[in-house]
Design a protein around this ligand. Structure first.
Ligand SMILES: *Cc1c(COP(=O)(O)O)cnc(C)c1O
Length: 371
């Protein structure tokens, strides 16, 4: 069955006369549970909720392994680090991954005696640091620089040396790249981004290749209380049905924009464009081997900070906002946060579902205005 078909029904209950397709969110803290409570499928909502169960069933079907949802992408990231890493363990991180994950390890986990080694995502450089590691954390394509590493090659190397591999799949999404099929032990994502796609909630999930690992991930969620609200989970499940159509339009738009601006590069304004779908992009060859779509995010490298800011101020259809993957086209100059190793003129452009002609015209007028 095609993924486009799966997403429309994944996790929905069997049809029953007069019942909704996707039952509404269940709002509860405790559930009725008498006696020793063992017969009640749900007892207390920090441990489980029927709205979670349905969305988790959908994610498990798409990921190809049991899934556990969290109140945010960072809560999902923290669950893998927390469930796996112990004092003295070594973790291999990308130098260029989502800053929140790097910050979490650099503060709390290093303080607890976890040792960290880093290498860039590009050229699968983390592969050379795998010896003696407990966990290899990959993020491909990396956010925001959109470099790509070879998941299969790193997994093979890591598993031969007893290391586990986790892939942060947020930028690609499960419809574009399947980390568990590529051999990873953990597939992690912020469902705040393209998975839910409407910029209206925070959510995350972890899926595992070995079903025995899910219990510890769930235990972590229960104990730290990283429990998502049922309304957010229900909205994400509702949004899942359109994931394929959203990505189809958004990636087609992103591809058209990347090709369009690549023909308009100039040393004084827009100097470079990064998109894994461009045949001459450094990430393309490996991306083509492990991704079925190249994503909704483009890197625009302007000559300097002033050019980047001027472009963003002139663009009318590009809303200035952080985050990415939503149906509205948004962008930001990443160095306004100072946390990524990108140049001052680097703009992360997240392409939405608007008509491509309008987006291209708007980008052209903004480029002309700064030329
Ligand atoms: C946004 C993001 C996260 C964190 O997700 P939140 O939902 O904001 O907590 C983790 N990894 C990547 C790659 C992200 O882009």
């Amino acid at each position: 069955m095609h993924a486009a078909t799966r997403v429309t029904r994944a996790g929905l209950p069997e049809p029953r006369e007069g019942e909704p397709f996707l039952p509404g969110p269940v709002f509860a803290a405790p559930f009725h549970a008498s006696g020793d409570g063992k017969d009640a499928p749900y007892v207390y909502a920090r441990t489980g909720n029927p709205t979670w169960t349905r969305y988790e069933a959908a994610l498990s079907e798409l990921e190809g392994g049991p899934a556990c949802i969290f109140s945010s992408g960072m809560a999902a990231v923290a669950a893998v680090f927390g469930a796996v890493l112990r004092p003295g363990d070594r973790v291999v991180l990308p130098t260029d991954s989502y800053f929140g994950a790097r910050q979490l390890v650099d503060t709390f986990f290093q303080e607890m005696g976890v040792r960290v080694e880093r290498a860039p995502t590009a050229n699968s450089a983390q592969r050379d640091l795998v010896d003696g590691a407990r966990l290899v954390w990959l993020e491909t394509p990396s956010n925001p620089n959109l470099d790509v590493c070879d998941v299969r090659a790193i997994v093979e190397h890591a598993h031969a040396r007893g290391a586990l591999v986790a892939v942060d799949n947020t930028t690609a999404t499960i419809l574009a790249q399947k980390p568990l099929e590529l051999g990873a032990d953990f597939s992690v994502a912020s469902d705040t981004k393209a998975m839910s796609g409407h910029s209206d909630l925070l959510l995350g999930h972890v899926a595992v290749r070995d079903p025995e690992r899910i219990e510890r991930i769930r235990q972590w969620r229960t104990m730290v209380g990283a429990a998502p609200g049922p309304m957010d989970v229900w909205l994400a499940h509702r949004s899942l049905a359109t994931l394929d159509v959203r990505l189809e339009r958004q990636t087609a738009n992103a591809d058209a924009i990347a090709r369009h601006v690549a023909r308009r590069l100039s040393p004084s304004t827009l100097t470079a464009v990064r998109y894994p779908g461009l045949e001459d992009d450094p990430a393309h060859a490996v991306a083509a081997c492990q991704m079925t779509r190249y994503g909704t995010v483009i890197g625009l490298v302007f000559a300097d900070r002033a050019q980047a800011d001027a472009f963003l101020n002139h663009a009318k259809l590009i809303t200035q906002a952080t985050s990415f993957g939503g149906v509205h086209t948004t962008a930001e100059r990443r160095m306004r946060w100072g946390s990524d190793g990108v140049s001052e003129g680097f703009v992360r452009l997240s392409v939405g579902v608007e008509h491509v002609d309008d987006l291209l015209a708007d980008i052209d007028q903004a480029l002309e205005a700064i030329a």
